[in-house]
Structure formats: structure tokens, C-alpha cells
Design a protein around this ligand. Sequence first.
Ligand SMILES: [Zn+2]
Length: 136
Amino acid sequence: MLIKAEGKEYVLEEAGCYAFEIGEGLEVEGLDFERVSGFMEEGGVLEFEPAYYDSWCENCEHGKGGKAKSYRFLAFDFYIFTKEGRIVASSLDKDYQEHGVLAMEKKGMVDGSLLVEVVLCPNCGEYSIEVLPCDF
Ligand SMILES: [Zn+2]
């Protein structure tokens, strides 16, 4: 998929995902890499923003052992909405963009949400995905 960050375009290859992690105890039917990257694919060109973390990229270990106190990445967040433990939508969907999660919640379409954090290393161009539980 094509993404944008600071005016540059990057291509995220599926094979470039070096880590896909699901938060402990999260049980959601059909939650896997294919489903998550499918939502991102449908979302069009995603805008990543600079983000700073206190440890280096686990994949390329760029800057490891150096004196840096923070390491620069590019990050993108979105939400996945669930109902009774099943995935129903994401914040990248047109439905959500038009009506918002409160409307979906009101209609009884959703009863839970997950935060998806995608972190891209500008050095090696590979990325990780983490899915975490999230309260409305
Ligand atoms: Zn890296």
C-alpha cells in the first residue's frame, strides 16, 4: 500500500511487516494481519506522522548503542470496531468517516474498539503493527 509522510511517498509491502502483535488477552474473531492490512489498503493513501520512541528499531537496530535518547519513526493510528467479539468496521471506513463511532454505537452496531498502531522505521523502511484494547 502507498503511504505519505512528510511529503514523501513510501510503499509498504506486506513482507515489510517485521512484527504483528496483538495485546495480551485480546480475543477478537478473525483479527489477523490480513484483516488489519486490508483495512489500511481500503483507507487509500495514509498520512504517517513523525513519532519518537525511547528505543531503536528492533528490525535494523539503527543507532543501537549510540547516545540518542529518542529514536525517530513514522507512525499511523486507527481504530477497529467490534461487536460481540467480532470485527465490524474500522475508522478508515467510509461509514465511520460519514457518521462517526457514536452514531454506530447508538445504532447498536458496535460495542468495543481496538487501537491499531503502525510504526514505520524510516531507516529500513519496514514496519510493525500492534493492536491494543481501547475504551471509547
Ligand atoms: Zn529499522
